[in-house]
Design a protein around this ligand. Sequence first.
Ligand SMILES: [Ca+2]
Ligand SMILES: [Ca+2]
Length: 228
Amino acid sequence: MISITWSGHGAALQGVLQEPHVKNKLLIHAVGVMTLVSGLLILLSAGANAAIILGSATWSGNSRTYHLIAGGNLGTPAGISWSDAEAYAVTNLGGHLATVDSSQLDNWIWNTFGNAANRNLWIGLTDKDSEGQFKWIATGAAASYANWYTGEPNNFNNEDYVFILRSGFSGGNGPGEGKWNDAQVGWTEFFSAPMYAIAETVPEPTSLVLFGIGSAAMAFARRKRRPS
Ligand SMILES: [Ca+2]
Ligand SMILES: [Ca+2]
């Protein structure tokens, strides 16, 4: 345990610290430094995760930006688990795996990221909290739109996480490309095709907002320090 006691010069320092204008400056500095550090940590962590963004595009229907996430590196992208993809979206993008709550958005994602490519696409739909009750990870809202493959979701061996089946997929229930299937959280491939993921972000990146707040606080503190 660490304890701090005031004595001697400390008492004098404590008196100075209690002067209102000094306390205000210290508070401004503390807020500025903390928000700058928060923003830096978010930006620095962008290189720390074993995941990459292969492409991004904005849908005019809601002005949100969607990102194609994979594991591995840019030279050799690889499949990624639902949990790693969601963690990457939260930590590095300030977002989540995608909420695909309309046929228009579903079709746009398919045409933008899935069609004609040998990849499955994780989305932000899960029934991990209550079997059969599928909710969007970003909002917790129950799914009112879904695009299941025939026979899905089947919760086979306790499957709680949803992906879009790759282009050209055909299984026991016939052709299923672009349709949805529930799967297990750690899968990185499905019938030899890698699992990638679609994440979404709102227009203003979180890290830039934090930087803005931090920079404004520091600039304000600098202005106040100047002799008038
Ligand atoms: Ca399930
Ligand atoms: Ca399934």
